[in-house]
Design a binder for this molecule. Structure first.
Ligand SMILES: Nc1ncnc2c1ncn2[C@@H]1O[C@H](COP(=O)(O)OP(=O)(O)OP(=O)(O)O)[C@@H](O)[C@H]1O
Length: 259
């Protein structure tokens, strides 16, 4: 349940505005890849292009190639809904469906995919997904209560449980800890370390310590100037990026000289 992603020559547009220019990279399976860079350099835009979420906005489009284990995700005949099932996403703010129970939240993605399941199968998926998200022990006695009754950190783990319930290949996380307190943040970071055994994980983070703690590879994005597109400046092992980056702008960014 983990696949490689190869991106080549990706340009990403909002109408006539080119937000991201000419990005090529390989994202390895069973590892965590972090994207860092100053605000507005296109990290989230690039992340959303990986599972074809970008194109849901009117006028938004991409040029170039994104392949998962060699399959062109933007090829003709590829169903974007299927792409989003295989490449799941967790957002900045925990967004459980507020009126649904904890169990129904876990199953929400399956229901959207019109998966038929009997009660026993549903019960198993709920338990497996909540265990996978390190939430089971905290909620097993209140599965029928609303998801909105959980703490922020628990809600984010519920969203991760919802994302893994459909058994994706890849998990995209857009600043998954930015709305969380430090303890919940550590719980999510521990969870990311466990999930990478099974999934390809890509995380956008503003927190450089977090990128250094959780990721195996790091990509640094930057803008040449305001109004210009964001570009991938450098991508390498996290250890190299944080100890001996090749580009001066990477070093300036990670040492806090800008951004
Ligand atoms: N829906 C949108 N419509 C038009 N332009 C957008 C839209 N979303 C983002 N942009 C623009 O695309 C560029 C990249 O934005 P994006 O949010 O991807 O950057 P980011 O690096 O993730 O920033 P941050 O770190 O602040 O979240 C910015 O210039 C932004 O204003």
């Amino acid at each position: 349940m983990a696949k490689r992603i190869d991106v080549s020559g990706l340009n990403i547009f909002y109408g006539s505005f080119k937000a991201v220019e000419d990005v090529s990279m390989t994202i390895e399976p069973r590892s965590v890849t972090a994207f860092i860079g100053p605000s507005g350099c296109g990290k989230s835009t690039f992340l959303r292009a990986l599972n074809r979420m970008h194109e849901v906005l009117p006028g938004a489009r991409v040029e170039g190639k994104v392949a998962m284990d060699g399959q062109d995700l933007y090829g003709s005949g590829v169903d974007p809904v299927q792409v989003r099932r295989e490449i799941g996403m967790v957002f900045q703010r925990p967004n459980p469906f507020p009126t649904m129970s904890i169990a129904e939240n876990v199953l929400a993605g399956m229901r959207l995919n019109n998966k038929r399941m009997n009660k026993k199968a549903a019960t198993e998926i709920v338990e497996r997904s909540l265990r996978g998200a390190n939430l089971w022990n905290e909620v097993k006695d209140r599965l029928e209560r609303p998801g909105s009754g959980l703490s922020g950190g628990q809600q984010q783990r519920l969203c991760i449980a919802r994302a893994i319930a459909v058994e994706p290949q890849v998990l995209l996380m857009d600043e998954p800890c930015s709305a969380l307190d430090p303890i919940s943040t550590l719980a999510i970071e521990d969870l990311i370390a466990e999930l990478k055994e099974q999934y390809t994980i890509v995380i956008v983070t503003h927190n450089m310590q977090q990128a250094a703690r959780v990721s195996d590879a790091t990509g640094f994005f930057n803008l040449a100037a305001q109004g210009k597109p964001g570009r991938l400046i450098e991508m390498d092992s996290t250890q190299k990026i944080f100890s001996n980056p090749s580009e001066k702008s990477t070093e300036d960014y990670i040492t806090g000289r800008f951004g």
